[in-house]
Design a protein around this ligand. Structure first.
Ligand SMILES: [Zn+2]
Length: 344
């Protein structure tokens, strides 16, 4: 959606309520960029004119505003980063990115203060060698749990645990362990078969979650799933492209961030939500997100009751209070951005 135009995707919360009696509450805002597709500037290369509906330069203002409103923020990117316009093609041309040189979109995410990211299907369009050069040296982690090299080794780390210090409602600091796991639509093996066959394997998103999330859950206070896939309705079919809703039903995830489909969810304007998306909007798993992403952005808040907190305490690890209480709301409603059809 708004590929880089207003960087979004959708975010929704999963996980049972858990509230410690009399515990102070810590509110954490989770922001996402997704499907930036190398749209750094508010510029349409094909028409050679400014386009105010796109560009990380404009999205950065939304991120800054969101952070100004909330003391506790995380920012993730959900993939389809390095391909999408002539800038991406220019960098990917032979000799366009020397070993050790920073990919401009990775540099952009660093400048935004991105905490972690996953890869999208378009990351593979230019081949694995270019992708590895592009991600090498990033100052934030890329994770993806449902791809491996042909020999079974990790292509990217499947998960990461970030430690971040946030402030609760009483002003006390808490260091939380943020578990992050990434997923990409497994159709990459069809769409870029010539580049990936014999070098990479891709697995069903939900199966991969079942394999890695329990261990991550045990090591983290909050678990965030970065899912480069859209929302598909209906019963689960193993290997489907848009598995985000089914992923949200997997145990152990507190938040699922979606992307890939270039759509606002839920949306009453064009493009109209498909029937599967309307069914998804009625799903209990999605309701918190409906409130959280009513505008053209992806932002949600998670409330955490800090079982070990006391006013004025120095940074400390919480015990495991960080499950969503199911009372999530987003107070940030940035201005809507015009939708525009875009390649996934
Ligand atoms: Zn995609």
């Amino acid at each position: 959606m708004l590929a880089g135009f207003a960087c979004l995707g959708a975010a929704f919360l999963a996980g049972p309520a858990a509230r410690a009696a009399d515990a102070p509450r810590l509110r954490l805002r989770v922001l996402e960029t997704s499907d930036l597709h190398t749209a750094v500037m508010d510029w349409d290369y094909y028409r050679a004119k400014q386009d105010l509906s796109q560009g990380v330069v404009r999205t950065a203002s939304l991120v800054r505003a969101a952070r100004a409103e909330a003391p506790n923020c995380l920012l993730f990117d959900n993939g389809d980063l390095i391909q999408g316009n002539p800038l991406g093609d220019y960098v990917a041309r032979p000799g366009g990115l020397a070993a050790g040189e920073r990919h401009p979109l990775v540099a952009v995410l660093e400048a935004l203060g991105t905490d972690a990211a996953t890869v999208g299907n378009h990351e593979f369009n230019f081949g694995l060698d270019f992708l590895e050069r592009s991600l090498a040296g990033a100052k934030f982690p890329f994770v993806c749990a449902n791809i491996e090299r042909a020999d079974g080794s990790d292509f990217l780390p499947k998960t990461v645990v970030l430690e971040r210090t946030f402030v609760d409602a009483n002003g006390a600091a808490h260091t939380l362990r943020i578990g992050v796991v990434g997923f990409v639509t497994p159709q990459i093996m069809n769409w870029d078969r010539s580049k990936l066959e014999g070098r990479l394997k891709a697995f069903d998103i939900v199966d991969a979650a079942h394999a890695v999330v329990p261990d991550l859950r045990a090591r983290a206070d909050i678990v965030v799933g970065l899912c480069h896939a859209g929302i598909g309705g209906g019963p689960r079919l193993v290997g489907e492209e848009n598995a985000a809703l089914h992923l949200a039903e997997a145990a152990g995830l507190d938040i699922v961030l979606t992307g890939h489909s270039h759509r606002v969810f839920p949306a009453r304007t064009t493009p109209r939500p498909t029937m599967p998306m309307r069914r998804a909007a009625r799903s209990p798993a999605c309701r918190p997100r409906c409130r959280a992403s009513g505008a053209a952005t992806s932002a949600c808040s998670i409330s955490i009751w800090c079982a070990t907190a006391s006013a004025g305490s120095s940074p400390t690890s919480t015990s495991r209070p960080a499950r969503s209480p199911g009372a999530s709301t987003a107070s940030w409603s940035p201005p809507s951005s015009p939708m525009r059809p875009s390649r996934r």
